[in-house]
Write a protein of this length. Sequence first.
Length: 248
Amino acid sequence: MGKETTRRGFMEAVATTALAITLGRRAGLAAQAGLSEYNWEDYSYVYLVDVSTCIGCGMCVQACQKENRVPDGFFRTWVERYRIGEGGRVEVDSPNGGMNGFPANILDFKVTKGLFVPKLCNHCKNTPCTQVCPVGASYTTRDGVVLVDDKRCIGCGYCVQACPYGSRYLHPVSHVADKCTWCYHRITRGLKPACVMACPVGARAFGNMKNLQDPVRKTIATQPVLVLQPELLTRPNCYYKGLDKEVR
Ligand code: SF4
Ligand code: SF4
């Protein structure tokens, strides 16, 4: 082998190695991001709240605020306390979204039943919020998540008015519509939403209806579950176990 041939061979080897490193780094970054093998068609996300388990500690709300940098006074998820008394009296409160728990204040009626009800965007199948958006900024992903494209949103607030669950708000700084995304940046990387991870009693669960072995799917298929305000025909993808008829 001549000197020139050896040099050319060396240069080719260096180039091949550099290419391999570049491709490897790209593959590594993609794998790290978890997106290289993500196939939207394999997922149809679903959320389950077990009201009988929730203790109203507010750790889920705190986790959401941190994870999604939710501005003070606004909530992507919140917890409501229902106190139900004789004669059908109902008192509902959610001080600071239930973020710091609930005060033991006394009511002027005898409470016969109490519930803590975590709430969030229901990621409905029939979405009044996306239907009213004049610029198509609110949309549903192929894996069933309702999102807002903040580059397209013009901040008209129509979707905020259209959502019957109060799940949306206009961000006070960016002036675009904002709401729960089920932590889309996490779930597309195989992680659970921050609120689900933070709950100390497992009152919140997240699953995939396209996975036959998924425990949330199994619960929804085999146990009594309800959605909020089914009469609205929004067909929520957020289900509740242990819900009382007084809860709206
Ligand atoms: Fe839209 Fe409200 Fe349903 Fe969420 S809960 S998908 S914001 S209508
Ligand atoms: Fe309820 Fe769990 Fe949220 Fe605490 S963290 S308020 S128990 S859902």
